[in-house]
Design a protein around this ligand. Sequence first.
Ligand SMILES: [Zn+2]
Length: 510
Amino acid sequence: MASHTLSPFPDELLAAKKQIRERARSYGLDFFPVIFEMCDYEQMNQIAAYGGFPQRYPHWRFGAEYEGIRKRHHYGLGRIYEMVINNDPCYAYLQESNQLVDQKLVIAHVYGHADFFKNNLWFSQTNRKMMDEMANHATHVRKHIEKHGQDVVERWMDVCLSIEHLIDPHSMFMQRGPNDTPHEQPKRQESQVQRFKTKDYLDRWVNPPKALEAEAKKLKSERDKMRHATPSRPTRDVLLYLLEHARLEDWQADCLGIVREESYYYAPQGMTKVMNEGWASFWHSTLMTKHFVEAKEVIDYADHHSGTVHMPPGNFNPYKVGIELFRDIEDRWNKGKFGKEYEEADTLGEKKKWDKGLGLGREKIFEVRRVYNDVSFIDEFMTPEFIEKHKFYQYGRDPHTGQLRIISRDPQRIKQTLLYQLTNMGQPFIYVVDGNYANRGELYLAHKHNGLDIEIKFAVETLKNIYKVWQRPVHLQAKIDDDMILFSFSGDQPKQQTIHDDLPKPAHQI
Ligand SMILES: [Zn+2]
């Protein structure tokens, strides 16, 4: 697909880009070089469908994504505004039909994202050469398709993608014991037996068949030993566990490894959506308002900026929540509205007027963008005053009239709901707790209850897909309505039962 010829960059825009970049630096933003590419409407849609990368492995979901984007665009329900890739250098795409004021806005916005990618802690372990790596993945998958056929490989990729969220983004930062496997999974090649490179006629002397055979046998028995190993403690990186212990063909393991690696690459973006969009919007708005909007453009700018950050009641817009939180933090730290003395101020009036003239706001927001993720950001900085000021209430539809109405103004409840949605990107926490359950080589998973029950449909679907990888019975333990339930799947009908004392216990509990 997009081995496209991109349009040249017009001079006027090139000059604007340089100015915006230098201005952004003068405010302390710090980023990898950013390469902007001009695309037409079709190219923009294509690249967007591929998650911003010109080269991805072949899979039907990218086609489906492309159709979705085109339809949304066609019916005017959404608009691709900006696309920027975490890589060194960063890549960003500009749609050539946009007006100049829009392009400037997007450029300023992109520098905000580029700074966030480089400096936010959660991105520190991501692969900064992902452009190359994605192209690499594409080559691998194409090779497997050539050998095993499109249908077989695509069906397998479907299975892998259906469980792509079963990773542990925190594991990137863990100090590991000597028995743990590091995060990077070396790619499995078609044959794991080492052959010494040699000229053909020498081959049978340097790699005598008997020795190769013995070596292959040894490898297989080592792998068989690994197969039923139970993790030394519950592990959330289910994909790694499967890679190491499931009965997979080499090409299958390679595909699963690719899906896992891409999942780790995207995870920090999912964990910082509010902050990252908030930060980029904070900077596009600061830079544009102060420096880059000419008088004749003001109306367009205001219009387009408010398009990005507008939030109708009942909708959660990460741009809007993020930008307002950063502004609020800056204001509070400028005025010293934090700490014990402030919290204990007697009256609302006193709190409102509070201003110690500390001027610490800018420094504080840079620190926040470095160390927080969405969950800790909202947990710590979304105050009741903030919710009240911006009317971030909980809305729902009235079942009789169909009208939107406020369900709750309770700041605790509103914040908690938001945190539930954002924790683990809305995905349940699933652990491998036993790889040889009841000594039968069955896989036992457990759902960690964080206040919300797992959806039964999700539990069953996940089990069915993991069964395709494990090829032995699989179980998932989950608390539903205060009962401990065991969901099981062994290839026919899914079963569920309340966990009772007669059932064998798994190796670990969570
Ligand atoms: Zn953005």
